[in-house]
Write a protein that binds this ligand. Sequence first.
Ligand code: FA5
Length: 336
Amino acid sequence: MDIVEEIKEIARRAKEQVEKINSASDLLSWEKSVLGRKSRLSQLMRNIKDLPLEQRREAGHIANQVKQELQEIAAKLKSSLQQAEKQKQVDVTWPGEKPQRGHLHPVSLVQRELEDIFASLGFIIEDGPELESEYYNFDALNIPAYHPARDMQDTFFTVGGDVLRTHTSPIQVRAMQKYGAPLRLIAPGRVFRYEASDASHDFVFHQVEGLMIDKDISIANLIAIAKEFLSRIFTQDVEVRVRPGFFPFVEPGFEMDLTCILCQGKGCSACKRTGWMEFMGAGLVHPRVLEAGGIDPQEFSGFAFGFGLDRLIMLKYRIDDIRLFHSGDVRFLQQF
Ligand code: FA5
């Protein structure tokens, strides 16, 4: 085939190929194969100078024409592909992408639910410092230094001698000093204990403290309030019972159980066939604690309770490992 014919053939095939191109990357490869330095067209153009004069003129002319024409085709296609890409970006009919929305952590969710329940019963929501003095965490709660009751909870101490609060009970005395009596509050918050974690223990967890001080407050008030908020949280009738328990800041002190909400009190493996589940510590506020809060124990009495919020949530949602709360696993968190 003579050189002019071959150039024409190259042009014909190149035009045929370019028809099928619909992406910028395909266009780039096409340009490279047809017009690139190693392309057959470029090779032929380099050979033109060795042809006899007449042939050289004709071949040179055709080659330049073809090259220019193919370059123009490439430029046009490039701009129309860019245009199409732009249109795609602003096409209002293009299906939208659903943004991932955040939501509340189960601890925040149930804490808010509890706050609403207690607010409806006339309780205020109180807060306290997580870095607490030994005085409020222990002494004011009738746990003097060197008293063995300090060993009931394993404590993180700071170099300065403060502690990461081991329970929410210090808020009792702080609130009594702040508001005096009568007083009704709950105080939810994070607490810290220097202990190994397992499926039901963490070293950072949440408690909710409850305190009600007035004239003639008795265990009957404690039981009524506990039954009320638990029935509302579990959206079913819940019974509670009290057993003797020791906490230095209450007298008498109790452990409070609730009917097993998994078997409705019939007895199952979760409640060790007893129909009851251990739930919280409670009791009547010790006169020394009232005094530390500046309240006269001759005039006022009160009850206090403290429970593990994480454990309540585990029961409510049937969660079997407390460590999931801090795992940061979105598959777990997305379920709430
Ligand atoms: C107390 O902390 C008392 N301050 C409660 C109290 C308040 C009693 C007012 C009387 C009057 P206790 O150490 O038992 O008590 O802890 C209370 C609850 O916290 C437990 O019933 C349990 O539900 C939860 N809890 C205790 N340790 C852990 C832990 N490591 N991980 C998760 N929850 C825990």
